[in-house]
Design a protein around this ligand. Structure first.
Ligand code: ZN
Length: 264
């Protein structure tokens, strides 16, 4: 798979950087220090950082979503934290790589990327950036703990709804352009399981689209099928989470009605 596109500089780079909700809070003079070292990396769906010949960097999504993948010794993989414009990834690249973890684009994604050495050099001089990073590390740690419970205790159906809603929130009002295979990769299940669940969601007019493109058409309805981890993650991220209208459905009990899935 080819490397993602990179672009640097230009008057719009700082404006684009501020599309990331963490970078948006960095004071202008500190962001200006990072600006000469920033580049925009455009990821194609399914591209994995570990397979790319890129200098090590810290990644701030400005559109789309990347997932922290855990790659097991036996070749299986599982998606963990999803990161959109509310977060950042790659901060502990050495530790991640040593633990078999990598970043993967879930659908098309763009990140503002800063080389790791330059990022930490700036971090040491910036109280504001240090505080923002410490807060993000705390949220990321809590997210991994929440998802450990989610992956162990909650059904694939509930986790699928949670992932679709997370993607929907982070990709704006348009369709979520994601393949069922990528959803299966994130959930660590076979594609056939996801196909059955999406068929049931489509039958209820919760999602639309086929194998290579899915759109959440009724997020409030879909939220009734998601585990409570979705609401917990939203709450954890507070105002950083991309805005979407809430409704009574978002306040629903932990589990909504179960979809009957033949052969699942
Ligand atoms: Zn869950």
């Amino acid at each position: 798979m080819p490397n993602p596109d990179l672009s640097r500089g230009g008057a719009s780079l700082l404006r684009r950087a501020r599309q990331n909700h963490i970078l948006a809070q960095v004071p202008g003079e500190e962001l200006a220090v990072l600006e000469p070292h920033m580049s925009v990396v455009r990821w194609q769906a399914g591209q994995d950082l570990a397979s790319l010949d890129l200098p090590r960097g810290v990644y701030f999504p400005i559109s789309g979503v990347v997932s922290v993948m855990v790659n097991m010794d036996d070749g299986r993989a599982l998606g963990t934290r999803l990161i959109g414009s509310e977060g950042m990834g790659g901060l502990f690249a050495d530790a991640m790589q040593g633990a078999g973890m990598s970043l993967k684009a879930i659908g098309f994604a763009e990140t503002v990327t800063v080389p790791t050495d330059m990022f930490f050099r700036t971090l040491g001089k910036s109280a504001a950036l240090s505080r923002l990073v410490a807060d993000e590390v705390a949220r990321a740690t809590a997210t991994y703990a929440i998802l450990a419970g989610c992956n162990h205790f909650h059904s694939v159906e509930a986790r699928s709804a949670r992932v679709l809603l997370e993607l929907h929130d982070r990709t704006g009002q348009g369709p979520v352009r994601i393949t069922q295979q990528l959803i299966a990769d994130v959930l660590g299940v076979r594609r056939g399981s996801v196909t059955s669940i999406m068929k049931a969601f489509r039958a209820r007019d919760l999602v639309a689209g086929r194998r290579n493109e899915l759109a959440v058409v009724d997020p409030d309805g879909l939220a009734r099928f998601a585990c409570n981890c979705y609401a917990t993650l939203r709450s954890l991220h507070g105002t950083l989470w991309p805005r979407r209208e809430t409704s009574a459905a978002m306040q629903a009990p932990q589990y909504g009605p179960s979809i009957s899935l033949a052969g699942f």
